[in-house]
Design a protein around this ligand. Structure first.
Ligand code: UDP
Length: 371
């Protein structure tokens, strides 16, 4: 078969689906999408189990964005519910809100002390500001020093050690800054203008994006099967080191193991996501029926265990933002720049800890770049 007029998209996750969709929908070009996995939607993949509960196979995915372009683009393929994510953290047995905010203060400390801390915080910071924990530790006042130590130790230290196997100050500051101390009474995890869960799930959303006569999808297929063919363009959303046969060495990733449990009760916990920063080996427990309000006498939860990525044993989930990894990635990027008509994108292709909306924006921009 001749492929010279065909675009190859490697990976059927959101990044691959966006680029495939745009090539077919806007340029009327032929696209072949391949994926090693036996399903579409990459790590956003979800499915309804035998109890009618939508399970996020690779952990909770909550869509949120401030980007109008991304939101408008996605709305062509799905409607979203009005779900706003709230995370509960269990701190020394007390259920409270994460990110740490003014409500958390009153949950974990006696009221008089919480009031004093709140006042001192408001003397320094403006209400509704977000302060990364590493920044929050730079306090002079003894009460605030105590508070900063509390937040660091109870929320970040053990969770980050479980998740990244290093202390919070040893991971890139941007990682812990994703969950800043929030000087507010807003208990939501995200403040974005647009947030929600696709009404029929992420798999259906990706299926709708790929539903075009010009797009052919082949699952359970490795890129090596097509490596020697000549395509019009290649869009590679797999890990960039794998594309180059690891010639400079492997880019490290963190992986996650989700242990699913079905329970014979309507609800297991008080919220879709409960973090355990102080106890246990897992980082958090997800309870999936909350996302779309599924009704069942049973409930499905997943305990999330973080682990190192090992090729062939588990999946890549998180690039590890760190100088030496960025330098290694840069070497691959320099190689990539020498290639013609080969584009890298997605969390693995760009080796960047993208949220879904950023991955989609990047795919939209790659497409604009080829026009
Ligand atoms: N984090 C933490 N304690 C928490 C929540 C988050 O220490 O209760 C830190 C941890 O290092 C984590 C990072 O903040 O990897 C980012 O958290 P986020 O919830 O954004 O991670 P994701 O949902 O992408 O896994």
């Amino acid at each position: 078969m001749e492929f010279k007029d065909v675009n190859l998209v490697v990976g059927a996750g959101v990044s691959g689906a966006v680029i495939a969709n745009l090539l077919a929908q806007n340029l009327n070009e032929e696209v072949l999408v391949i994926d090693k996995k036996t399903h579409i939607a990459g790590n956003c993949y979800d499915y309804r189990d035998e109890n009618g509960i939508m399970v996020h196979k690779y952990g909770s995915h909550i869509f949120h964005t401030n980007n109008e372009k991304v939101w408008k683009y996605l709305k062509q393929f799905t409607d979203f519910n009005t779900y706003m994510h709230k995370v509960i953290g269990v701190l020394d047995g007390i259920e409270t809100h994460i990110p740490f905010n003014f409500n958390t203060l009153y949950d974990v400390f006696p009221t008089s002390f919480a009031k004093r801390l709140e006042q001192k915080l408001l003397d320094i910071f403006e209400i509704n500001t977000k302060v990364p924990v590493l920044e929050f530790q730079k306090q002079d006042d003894d009460d605030l020093k105590f508070l900063a130590k509390y937040v660091y130790e109870k929320i970040f230290l053990h969770y980050t050690t479980k998740q990244w196997e290093v202390k919070p100050e040893e991971v890139d500051g941007a990682v812990t800054a994703r969950v800043p101390v929030y000087l507010s009474k807003d208990n939501r995890y995200f403040q974005d203008k647009y947030q929600g869960i696709p009404l029929e799930g992420y798999t259906k959303l990706v299926e709708n994006m790929l539903n075009n006569d010009k797009i052919k999808v082949e699952l359970g297929v490795d890129f090596s099967q097509y490596k020697n063919e000549k395509f019009k363009r290649i869009f590679y959303t797999g890990s960039i080191d794998e594309f180059f046969d690891y010639k400079f060495g492997q880019l490290p990733y963190r992986s996650v193991n989700f242990k699913l449990e079905t329970h014979n009760r309507k609800f297991y916990q008080s919220s879709a996501c409960v973090n355990y920063p102080c106890n246990y080996d897992f980082t958090r427990i997800h309870e999936y029926k909350y996302y779309l309000g599924d009704v069942s006498d049973k409930t499905v939860i997943a305990k999330e265990y973080s682990e190192a990525f090992e090729p062939g044993r588990n999946e890549r989930y998180y690039p590890i933002p760190k100088d030496e990894n960025t330098e290694l990635y840069q070497k691959y990027l320099d190689e990539a720049k020498k290639l013609e008509n080969v584009y890298f994108l997605g969390r693995l292709g760009d080796y960047k800890y993208y949220d879904m909306d950023k991955a989609i924006l990047r795919a939209l921009e790659v497409f604009e770049g080829i026009l």
